[in-house]
Design a protein around this ligand. Sequence first.
Ligand SMILES: Cc1cc2nc3c(=O)[nH]c(=O)nc-3n(C[C@H](O)[C@H](O)[C@H](O)COP(=O)(O)O)c2cc1C
Length: 258
Amino acid sequence: MSDLDILRKIPDTGYREPAPTHDVKEFYNLVHARRSVRVFLDTPNEDSVIEKCLELALLAPNSSNLQPWEFYWIKDRNKLEKLRNYCLGQSAARTAPTLIVAVAKTNTWDRNRKKMLELFDQQDPKPPKGAYTYYKKVAPMAYYLGLFNWFGFLKKVLSFFQRIMGKVVPHAPTSYCDMRVWAHKTCALACENLMLALRAHGLDSCPMEGLDPHKIKKLLKLDSRSEITMVIGAGKRAPNGIFSKRVRFDSQLFIKKI
Ligand SMILES: Cc1cc2nc3c(=O)[nH]c(=O)nc-3n(C[C@H](O)[C@H](O)[C@H](O)COP(=O)(O)O)c2cc1C
C-alpha cells in the first residue's frame, strides 16, 4: 500500500454525522459585522466569554489535526502593559481590555502525533489501520526535518526528481521556513474562528501584526520554535472604534473561475 492510498481509500468506520442546518442570514450578518476595531470601551470582558471563544478557536481546521498552535491570554497586569507597548502602543492594543497572543508552533507536531496515537489506543472501536499508519509513518515523513535539516533536504531532492518524472508529489515541509508557513497557516485559521466567536458574543476584535515579535516571545518565555502569528485585541467597541467603511476591491480581482 502506498502512502497516498491512505488518502484515497474511504474507510467504513460506521460513524455517521448528518449535516446540520444553520441560519445562513445570521452567518452572513456575523461575517459582515466583524470589523477590525481600533478603539475599545474600558469595560472588562467576562472571563467565561473569552474562554468559550478560545475553545471555539481550537475547533478550526488544522493541518493533519496536529494543532500546532497556542493562545496566550494575558491576565497579568504587568505583562499586559508590556504587551501593549510591544504592540507598538497602537490604539487597539492600548484600549483592548483583553489581549491574546496567537502562537504558531513548529515543534509540537511530534508530541501531538503521539497524543493522537494514545487517543486511538483508548478508542473502542479502534480507528481504521490507515489512521494509525498516517500518524505512525506519514506524519513523521511529512514533518520531520532532522538535525541541520538533513531529512528535509533529502525530501526536497527526492521530490524534485519525482516531479521531473511527472509524478504527483504531495507537499511536505522541507525546511524550517516551510514549517513556519505550515504552523502559521493553521494558527491564522484559529484566529479567524476566535474573532468570529467574539463577534457572536457581542465583542469586537483587532488582529495585530504591528508588533515586536522578539520582545513578545521573551515576555512569554517562548522557545525558538514558536512564532507569533498575531496578537488579538478583544473588547466592546467604542463609538469611534471603526475608522471608516469597510474597503474591499472588486471580487473579480481575487475570485478566478477557470
Ligand atoms: C495578519 C493581520 C495583521 C494585522 N495587523 C494589524 C495591526 O497591526 N494594526 C491594525 O490596526 N490592524 C491590523 N490588521 C487589521 C487589518 O488592517 C484589517 O483586517 C483590514 O484593514 C480590513 O479591515 P476589516 O478587518 O475591518 O475588514 C491586521 C489584520 C491581519 C489579518
